[in-house]
Design a protein around this ligand. Sequence first.
Ligand code: SAH
Ligand code: SF4
Ligand code: F3S
Length: 437
Amino acid sequence: MKKFYIETFGCQMNAHDSEKVIGTLLSNGYEQVETPEAADLVFYNTCSIRDKAEQKVFSRLQEFKRRNKGKTFAVLGCVAQQEGERIFEKAPHVSMVCGSASYNRLAEMLVQVEAGNKRVTGLSLDTEDTFETPLTRRDNPHRAYITIIEGCDKSCAYCVVPFTRGPERSRASDNVLREARELAEMGYTEIQLLGQNVNSYLDPSPAGLTFAQLLSRVAEVPGLRRVRFTTSHPRDFGKDIVDAIDGNPVLCNFVHLPVQSGSSRVLRAMQRLYTRDEYMRRIEWLKSSPRGIALSTDIIVGFPGETEEDFEETLGLLDEVEYDSIFSFKYSPRPNTPALRLTDQVPDEEKGRRLTILQEKQRGIQLRRNAEYIGRVEEVMVEGFQKSTGQWIGRTSQNKTLNFTTPAPASDTLIGGYLPVRVLRAGANSLVGESLN
Ligand code: SAH
Ligand code: SF4
Ligand code: F3S
């Protein structure tokens, strides 16, 4: 039996794509192994969102080659789509290059590879059908991803995703709901709906559900206890989403709403299609919800032309919103993107300085916010056990990590279960507590 090894970088979309790829390979008679050394076929599912991620791909490919002479190598994902056949020039030991819109052709491409074809490609972006497969091999037995929309029709000036994942294609709501019901029947209790921009979901089926309606319908599937979604684009984020969350506790009280910058001037240059005030209106809807919705965001520092004043507006936004967590990045120039033409680049040390200031400020905010949880009881889904500390790892509906001990040593695994936990201590990135039973 042919053995394969797969390594995955990037966002949840990529992680879920790998689950689909693994399912397809297993159903075609391949066996998955834990190291590249043990494999005949090495798959590498790549990310190209920042330059560092892309550089890593080529250094890792060299490393694979050095240690694994004579094997077959395949590059998947966003670098595959972006670099296409150039990958064969840069890394001649690679014999297959395939972007995410072509995974439904994977079985056929593997036949070509097996036949000795040294340059097999799947790079078309205009594939009609989203990757519908019953063969997904999910990594986690309790929490599952469902893709509801592929690609992105926005054109944020810094971003490669529209080039690497193509135009938006929404999946029919009846297919999404069928997958959710099947997962619930298999025992999954948490579902995360995925897309680069879930808010621009446009149901192609006659049901014509809006994203908020789809959310509510998924949350009504019997057996599901938690439903999350990511990522939201502020421009398309409607009040109806907050109303849906208010209407059903299965919809987690957590929203990731990437802002990128607190300066309307920079937002315009980024082509984000909203102003700071418009963004803050969404935050007000979210904050006025009785559910206590936790908020997270993405921020880019040092976009071309970002001045000290612009940066201070971003710091001010952090104070105003008080996010529960943020992901922050130094602006990284990417191929094909409109921002490449902007001349007023911020020097790398200055980007680094701004990033450090931003992260230190946010750390203080998180310490303060998390301290408010001390004494409260939160329901967690148990995700794991940490031997070194003797603590179980839990996650709250608000997406906070809440590590906990039990009053008496647990006789059986708690993983996958739901438990009430009293919060005893709080750090910037996690809470610590003790379960009530
Ligand atoms: N579709 C999502 C996420 C896109 S990628 C959205 O629109 O929010 C995730 C994050 O990576 C982005 O939100 C952005 O903050 C960051 N990012 C994207 N391109 C980048 C670049 N060229 N340099 C630095 N950060 C970038
Ligand atoms: Fe990139 Fe913007 Fe699309 Fe997000 S919305 S994937 S940041 S182009
Ligand atoms: Fe990276 Fe592609 Fe996701 S560039 S962040 S893997 S969409």
